[in-house]
Design a protein around this ligand. Structure first.
Ligand code: S3P
Length: 451
């Protein structure tokens, strides 16, 4: 979102609907898979057709970036995106700064690709992204021979000059981050020899899967403690391959939790991607007693999907272990909303990474719930929410802090609260879930349309 629009905030108010939520919707395509399909399509030889691409601001930034770097990227009238790739190592220097808006996935994965292209690029983003740590990628990418000039603290904007003669690395991730893992693997793509990433805890594996889909050789071995050792053989010829993007479980999460906490509701979300590295929320909600059915389980475009049907009912508190965090890292704000409506204490452990998301999401979630009259504590990196089993008080205005997940979680809370909940700015929602308001309204949420 351009900063000069920051003064034109679009508040949104949410209140208990007159009737239970009901109906079937399909939410937009998976954000992680969408970014990767554009990037790998741009590095493949031939034309990649992408069906179901998420057309949110974040992904559109990646589309523009790949176009600026020389790939052909266009949307056909039927909504299928066509990417004409330039081949591994074939990207060209862009004539201007690349602005990836709010998207850390775009920034970090792109830096991985650029690190082993012998060109210079200037990369920036919005106010939220300019405050987020980039050293976690510039540090390992420098080891390939790339050079970075960043703002103090390793922040964007930055300039990168990729290595002309990159050397492969072996890198142990210091934080469980799919973005850092992917940045290193993508740098390894145009590096002779084998590049290895060791992750202590398994994180989403869409990059590895898609690299294989495009014909790269990727070896994956388990390591003690639940992690993986992932090796990519450098400088393959990637071949264009069709992609069908499943619906994003991280977007479906809002409709599902709404269906669980608004009494009497029954909601179905179709074609939701159920990659096991992404399903921690469903597991956690089930432990809280949620009624969730997996209907018509199938495989689409190489990813497991199902239609998810939820029925409202009473939820109870649960203890969510830290090792589950990578598989539901974007879902804690909405899980905390479910916890606020559950009976008893929910302890969500090991959430350090939430502090470096689009906002400090640990603080934003805790502060927002507290303003809505919910009992909340933060102990170290744990978030503790105590629900009464009845509707939370609500009646507050929540700052969304350029964070789309906060901007969707609190209107969902408003649907179950005693008094309406207002967010100060709904515009960040467009980064990941265009159509959120209209789809929720199709279920009966009654959100006012924003201009
Ligand atoms: C993403 C990884 C996660 C997640 C983000 C998307 C990805 O970030 O929060 O929304 O597509 O790889 P981290 O890798 O920083 O945990």
């Amino acid at each position: 979102m351009p900063d000069d629009l920051a003064s034109r905030a679009a508040p949104l108010s949410s209140a208990r609907p007159k009737a239970p939520l009901a109906g079937t919707i399909r939410v937009p395509g998976d954000k992680s898979i969408s970014h990767r399909s554009l990037m790998l399509g741009a590095l493949a030889v031939g034309r990649t057709e992408i069906a179901g691409l998420l057309e949110g601001e974040d992904v559109l930034c990646t589309a523009a970036a790949m176009r600026a770097l020389g790939a052909g990227v266009e949307r056909r009238k039927d909504g299928v995106w066509l990417v004409d790739g330039v081949g591994v190592g074939g990207l060209a220097e862009p004539g201007d700064t690349i602005d990836v808006g709010n998207s850390a996935t775009a920034a970090r994965l792109l830096l991985g690709i650029l690190a082993t292209h012998p060109i210079t690029c200037f990369v920036t983003g919005d106010a939220s992204l300019r405050g987020r740590p980039m050293r976690r990628v510039t540090e390992p990418l420098s080891r390939f021979g790339a050079q970075f000039v960043t703002r103090e603290g390793g922040l964007l904007p930055l300039a990168v000059t990729g290595a002309a003669n990159p050397v492969p690395i072996e890198y142990a991730l210091p934080v469980p981050s799919a973005q850092v893992k992917s940045a290193v693997l993508l740098a390894g793509l145009n590096t002779p020899g084998e590049t290895t990433v060791v992750e202590p805890q398994a994180t989403r594996d869409h990059t590895e899967r898609m690299l294989g889909h495009f014909g790269a050789t990727v070896r994956i071995e388990p390591v003690d403690g639940g992690g993986k050792r992932i090796t990519i053989v450098g400088q393959p010829e990637l071949k264009a391959a069709p992609i069908a993007v499943p619906a994003d479980i991280s977007s479906a999460a809002f409709a599902l939790v709404a269906g669980l906490i608004v009494p009497g509701s029954e909601v179905t979300v179709e074609g939701v991607g159920l990659n096991p590295s992404r399903t921690g929320l469903l597991l956690s909600l089930k432990e809280m007693g949620a009624d969730i059915a997996y209907l018509d389980e199938r495989v689409e475009g190489g990813e497991p999907v199902a239609d998810l049907r939820v029925r409202a009912g009473s939820l109870r508190g649960a203890d969510i272990p830290p090792e589950r965090a990578p598989s539901m890292i974007d879902e804690y704000p909405i899980l905390a909303v479910a916890a606020a409506c559950a009976k008893g204490v929910t302890r969500m452990r090991g959430l350090a990474e939430l502090r470096v998301k689009e906002s400090d999401r640990l603080t934003a979630t805790a502060t927002g719930l507290r303003k809505c009259g919910v009992k909340v504590a933060v102990e170290g990196d744990d978030l503790i929410v105590e629900g009464t089993g009845g509707p939370p008080p609500g009646g507050a205005t929540i700052e969304t802090r350029l964070d789309h997940r906060i901007a969707m979680a609190f209107p969902v809370l408003g649907l179950a609260a005693k008094a309406p909940v207002r967010i100060d700015d709904a515009r960040p929602i467009a980064t990941s879930f265009p159509g959120f308001i209209a789809l929720m309204n199709r279920l009966g949420a009654g959100f006012p349309e924003i201009g």
